[in-house]
Design a protein around this ligand. Structure first.
Ligand SMILES: NC(=O)c1ccc[n+]([C@@H]2O[C@H](COP(=O)([O-])OP(=O)(O)OC[C@H]3O[C@@H](n4cnc5c(N)ncnc54)[C@H](OP(=O)(O)O)[C@@H]3O)[C@@H](O)[C@H]2O)c1
Length: 335
């Protein structure tokens, strides 16, 4: 299968190449795309060198699928050019996520909504992806009424420039800043810009995307999203109110049997999910499972995942795998 990776030099794009390789996605030809400044440079994939090309040149080569992680404005401009040429786009930016005609997909939750007609498919926000993978099996079993989530998000969630800012600050170098404040040894309760209701755009993404992916507008979600000086891996403290009573040991069982979820919950041995342990893993790790003793039918938990993998690259590649396995892209290639 011919695969274009748009944004191939970025943090997500680099991880995308690694995940395509590790998961043995049947790439017969890779077409790496990046901004004008990178065209002509070479990248290595599976031991082979590939030259970075422009979007126009990539379209001419007619890839079966184009996986985008090049920012919202690039997606808005270039994804329709690929789609109009019959190429299926899987987009990591926020550009198309809430567009009613576009599907927003986390394969463990709603891959079945995809059809051959979907030419631009949106990958959700990283914090939303890891949360819904854990929420879905619980919603199916106990029906979720309300979710209160606070996030602890790493700097790789903002891209290469944010990693540079953290390292520069750590070394005492006065370099360019992508955050409005120092991030090293600090905590910034703002991710993305503020919206009119006082929530940030990241918080609104978690609220709106959760309803869309779960296909249930009745789930109430409120979010506080926070940037912390951790290199990779997002963590979330999540309070979930169910419509029905639950049994805590059954909750552990439901989560342990859910696709993509690993339960790490053994407080006697100080075992709980942490970003360093989630690094370079595809799963969503759930722990600190306990009753909210202040109200009925309510659970507290702690959810951690690698934002560059399940939060971005892995989820996108899983969508491509699903499309290929259902013969919705490519020429009936088995994955
Ligand atoms: N980081 C995460 O955890 C995460 C998670 C989910 C989704 N995302 C989304 O994924 C996207 C990329 O994030 P990132 O963290 O990888 O950012 P990044 O490290 O800053 O990389 C950006 C990439 O986009 C390319 N690019 C910029 N302008 C372009 C253009 N006009 N045409 C083609 N390529 C262009 C860059 O190429 P050059 O090297 O040539 O500049 C680079 O490859 C963003 O939309 C982000 O919201 C990120």
């Amino acid at each position: 299968m011919k695969v274009a990776v748009v944004g191939a030099t970025g943090l997500v794009g680099t991880k995308m190449l690694q995940v395509l390789d590790e998961r043995n996605f049947p790439v017969t030809e890779l077409i790496p795309v990046a901004s004008a400044k990178s065209i002509g440079k070479e990248i290595t994939f599976k031991g082979k060198q590939y030259k970075i090309v422009s979007a126009e040149d990539a379209i001419k080569q007619k890839p079966d699928v184009a996986i985008f992680s090049a920012g919202g404005s690039t997606s808005l401009e270039q994804a329709p050019l690929f789609a109009n040429a019959g190429i299926t786009v899987i987009d990591n930016s926020s550009a198309w996520r809430m567009e009613p005609t576009k599907k927003l997909v986390v394969p463990e939750v709603n891959a079945d909504v995809l059809t051959a007609e979907d030419k631009i498919i949106a990958n959700p926000n990283c914090s939303t992806i890891q949360m819904v993978v854990a929420l879905k099996p619980l919603h199916d079993r106990y029906k979720i009424k309300r979710v209160v989530v606070s996030t602890y998000q790493s700097v790789t969630g903002t891209g290469v420039k944010a990693v540079d800012q953290l390292f520069n600050e750590r070394k005492g170098i006065d370099g360019p800043k992508v955050y409005p404040y120092t991030i090293d040894l600090n905590v910034i309760p703002q991710i993305d810009v503020f919206t009119e209701n006082g929530y940030t755009k990241e918080e609104m993404k978690m609220i709106l995307e959760t309803k869309k992916i779960m296909g249930d507008d009745s789930i109430a979600v409120t979010a506080t999203t926070v940037r912390i000086p951790v290199m990779g891996g997002h963590s979330e403290s999540v309070n979930i109110e169910f419509a029905h009573e639950y049994d805590l040991s059954e909750v552990r069982e439901v989560l342990a049997n859910a696709p993509g979820v690993v339960v790490v919950d053994d407080i006697a041995n100080l075992k709980y999910p942490m970003p360093l342990d989630a690094h370079d893993k595809d799963e969503v790790f759930v722990g600190r499972l306990r009753r909210d003793e202040t109200q009925p039918n309510t659970l507290n938990c702690w959810i951690v995942s690698d934002n560059l993998r399940k939060g971005a690259a892995t989820n996108a590649v899983q969508i491509a795998e699903y499309l290929a396995s259902k013969h919705l892209i490519g020429q009936g290639v088995a994955v």
